[in-house]
Design a protein around this ligand. Structure first.
Ligand code: TXA
Ligand code: MG
Length: 311
């Protein structure tokens, strides 16, 4: 069900959950001051409780709950906010433990979407995980959210998301006094090089990702997906507009093999389309570069395929 801005505000103020647009993907929003609405967010998504949430803010004045005095924080905010960058910062003020999963840090971002920012200016900070049921491809349109929950969740329709893939997460690492990459996303790791003087490396604890959300199955359609090179027989291929896939009756096109932004923008739409068409097995063309935003595409597609690895 679609709701307008006024109704969205009312719902958030009255401890309810609403799906909201951002420039990356739609999020399932709840006020940071409503533990009961935040509980509902976890329940609706079937999200593991140990997976903390990102707080979304309209301006820096709303950032009262975290400290951001470390080197590079101001410059990152100045260059990339509003925009698809999430910063994991030390907590300054106690927040509901369900937001942070009891970590001493909190993830924050300032979305670059005008309707979303109008809302946040009035509502104050909200938590908003991607609105998909846990493990499934994220929603990049209001219709995706309606499809995922059979219309049972109110949605503020802000059109189609322009990035189409989640924010990049940078985590402040106290021990090295450097920013590390918690999640690849809509901003390439290389894009931070000129601001920070180094390209952030992946944040790892031993072999494990520091970002709790990276440990669970993600972005996977019901269809089983394999790399094109695996030579499994399938009726559908996910690939690029400037390549020919004559063996496949169904071609799901990400975009040009010269334009990673376009490909990321269509990624979740393609992963959803394969289920919509009730295709049970698809192949993915993984023959593309590794640098810049291509790394994000590779990571998302690899996760989408990982469910099929043992089959
Ligand atoms: O683009 C986005 O970031 C979207 C839109 C809706 O804003 N949101 C989003 O939220 O992707 P979600 O919940 O799907 O992913 C949040 C990620 C998870 O991997 C979570 O583990 C990580 O952020 N995270 C949250 N708080 C953290 C913290 N304190 N330390 C490390 N990782 C954290
Ligand atoms: Mg998510």
């Amino acid at each position: 069900m679609s709701v307008n801005l006024a109704k969205t505000l009312w719902l958030l103020q009255n401890h309810q959950v609403v799906a909201i647009p951002t420039e990356t993907v739609y999020g399932l929003a709840a006020s940071i001051f409503s533990p009961q609405a935040i509980e509902r967010v976890f329940a609706i998504k079937s999200r593991p409780r140990a997976n903390p949430l990102i707080i979304h803010i309209a301006n820096k004045e709303q950032l009262t709950f975290a400290s951001w005095t470390m080197e590079g924080a101001r410059a990152l905010m100045h260059h990339f906010w509003p925009g698809p960058l999430t910063l994991v910062l030390p907590l300054k003020q106690t927040l509901s433990s369900c937001i942070t999963s009891n970590l001493p840090t909190v993830a924050v971002r300032m979305p670059n979407h005008s309707l979303c920012r109008h809302l946040l200016e009035k509502s104050g900070p909200v938590v908003a995980p991607s609105a998909n049921p846990s493990g499934k491809p994220s929603p990049t349109s209001a219709q995706h959210v309606i499809d995922d929950y059979n219309g049972s969740i109110p949605v503020l329709n802000g059109g189609i998301c322009t990035s189409g893939v989640e924010s990049t997460i940078l985590i402040w690492d106290e021990s090295s006094s450097k920013w590390k990459l918690g999640r690849l996303g809509a901003l390439a790791a290389e894009s931070f090089g000129t601001i920070l003087g180094y390209v952030p490396e992946l944040a790892l604890k031993g072999e494990q990702a520091v970002c709790p959300g990276q440990h669970w199955r993600h972005y996977a359609p019901n269809a089983k997906l394999y790399p094109l090179q695996a030579n499994v027989s399938a009726s559908a291929v996910i690939g690029f507009s400037n390549k020919i896939y004559s063996k496949f009756p169904v071609k799901l096109i990400l975009g040009s093999v010269h334009n990673p932004h376009e490909c990321l923008n269509h990624l979740y739409q393609c992963l959803r389309e394969i289920d919509k068409r009730a295709i049970d097995c698809g192949l993915v063309d993984m023959d593309f570069p590794d640098t810049g935003l291509w790394a994000t595409l590779r990571e998302r597609l690899t996760k989408a395929m990982s469910n099929s690895a043992s089959h």
